[in-house]
Design a protein around this ligand. Structure first.
Ligand code: PLP
Length: 391
């Protein structure tokens, strides 16, 4: 069975060292030493002055919207994970969708201005699959109209933009450290800002608004994280360069092996600074995508429709047509991508996809599964001879 994703796991031994220290201190949560150490090490690794580790990526978005006092309408992308839209609605604002670019799958900046009204307070955009938005264009529009900018950078660990961590952009950037993400702390997330007042405000908000033992300076919520989650992050962080390198290696091989497949890959404007978090394939039609997905499942290869459906079709928003997004969301799926995915499994997936394209029946495809396994050793040898830049 080849799942679409698997969490990265450090050795149990590495984790147990931290668990033992937690038992010794008997300090489980509330701004403990492991949480503080993780924040320090993440800032060091990412080259950032400020970040706040929080309970998850959804709470990070809620804190961002709340800290900026956003009201009215927030311009956003219909092509993202549900939390990008649900947090806007949860905070009492109205999402106004702007269609996406057909090649990068990110919000199309040329369509943003037409959606701005006197009630618009911000732009909330997602760097889709870790691929940077057109940050300069979005910032120019925001400056021209006095709007705040939030980036949902949940997919972006390791992505850089103009020689800085992508988390440094926008008034606030948020990320997720959920288990399925490239860097994870089981559950977790973070908010990033370069504005000291916003940082201070979110630091208070994260912990009920406490500013002293019996003092409250802000309306707050419980958005803090705990020692066990921080311990997982501290175990995973030393492996992150190896994780990023493996992702790039796998992506390169997918591209190489699938160049004859009649699909579209995501356009990466800054491939050098990309983290290769996902491997999406955009098919010519929804039927073709569904057929490939179903036939791969017969061979126990599980892909995921991601993102689907378009967020402008959610039951609690005003449903609007987003022609580019609606079309892409219906035709896209992500291939398996995780640290322990082997080249032979990757090769198997690619061969199956090519055979499906060549119109072999599902029976033949599932039979070929057995034959392909026998081919694996040979292909592994072939792949070894493919020279890799930086992988
Ligand atoms: C994962 C994800 C989130 C939510 O993060 P959680 O940590 O699961 O709450 C938000 N936005 C995007 C784009 C995501 O992929």
């Amino acid at each position: 069975m080849i799942p679409v994703t698997k969490p990265f796991l450090p050795s149990e031994k590495e984790f147990k060292v931290y668990v033992k220290s937690i038992w010794e201190r008997q300090w489980l949560t509330n701004n403990g030493p492991l949480v503080n150490t993780l924040e320090l090490k993440l800032k060091e690794y990412l080259g950032l002055d400020h970040m706040l580790y929080v309970s998850n990526g959804t709470m990070a978005l809620q804190l961002a919207i709340k800290a900026l006092n956003l009201t009215g309408e927030i311009i956003t992308t219909p092509f993202s994970f549900v939390a990008t839209t649900s947090t806007i609605v949860w905070q009492g604002c109205r999402p106004v969708f702007v269609d996406i670019d057909a090649n990068t799958f990110n919000i199309d900046p040329t369509k943003i201005e037409a959606a701005i009204t006197p009630n618009t307070s911000a732009i909330l955009a997602t760097h889709v699959y870790g691929n940077a938005c057109d940050i300069d264009a979005i910032q120019q529009i925001a400056d021209r109209h006095g709007l705040k900018v939030i980036y949902d950078a949940a997919h972006c660990f390791g992505t850089r933009y103009k020689n800085r961590s992508i988390f440094e952009y926008g008034d606030i950037s948020t990320t997720s450290f959920h288990s399925t993400k490239l860097f994870h702390t089981i559950e977790g997330g973070a908010v990033f800002t370069r504005q000291p007042d916003l940082l201070k405000k979110m630091a208070l908000m994260r912990n009920f608004g406490y500013s002293g033992v019996d003092e409250f300076a802000e309306l707050g919520i419980n958005a803090k994280n705990c020692e066990f989650h921080a311990a997982m992050g501290l175990c995973n962080l030393p492996h992150i360069d190896e994780i990023l390198k493996k992702r790039k290696y796998l992506s390169t091989h997918y591209k190489l092996r699938l160049n004859r497949l009649d699909v579209q890959f995501q356009q990466l404007d800054n491939a050098e600074d990309y983290n290769y978090a996902y491997f999406p394939l955009l098919f010519k039609s929804e039927d073709l995508m569904k057929e490939c997905k179903a036939k791969l499942e017969l061979a126990q290869v599980y892909c995921r429709r991601y993102f689907y459906p378009s967020l402008s079709a959610l039951p609690y928003v005003e449903n609007v047509e987003m022609p580019v997004c609606d079309s892409i969301a219906s035709r896209i799926m992500c291939l398996p991508m995780y640290h322990t995915l082997t080249l032979s499994d990757l090769d198997l997936i690619c061969r199956l996809l090519l055979r499906i394209q060549n119109n072999e029946s599902s029976e033949a495809v599932s039979k070929s599964f057995g034959a392909l396994i026998a081919d694996q050793i040979e292909s592994e040898i072939n792949i070894q001879t493919v020279k890799e830049n930086g992988a």
